[in-house]
Design a protein around this ligand. Structure first.
Ligand code: SF4
Length: 92
């Protein structure tokens, strides 16, 4: 059984989100303490990241952090829904 920090020093040569070299210590905590949703793709060439994820995260956690991020349109719609107040009810 591996420790959660065993691969922390492994570097991915180029993070497409940050535009720099990054190590696994960051990537495994990138989403509010859970791994980045791209972690399987980025780290597959470096070690058996799939086995690591299976070992250290519950199915519910995996479902949560491996889900694709909301699209730009989803984020816009969510922001609009939060900021639009419902019209007052017609009292006639
Ligand atoms: S796993 Fe996420 S944070 Fe890490 S290198 Fe890939 S895209 Fe960047």
């Amino acid at each position: 059984m591996s420790q959660i920090s065993d691969f922390d020093a492994v570097e991915h040569f180029w993070c497409p989100m940050l535009g720099q070299t990054i190590n696994f210590a960051y990537c495994r905590q990138a989403q509010e303490g859970l791994p980045c949703n791209r972690v399987l793709t980025c780290f597959a060439p470096h070690f058996d990241v799939d086995a690591f994820i299976q070992e250290h995260y519950t199915p519910e956690q995996r479902e949560q952090f491996l889900a694709p991020p909301p699209s730009r349109m989803d984020r816009v719609m969510e922001a609009l829904e939060k900021n639009v107040k419902p019209a007052p009810e017609d009292e006639s």
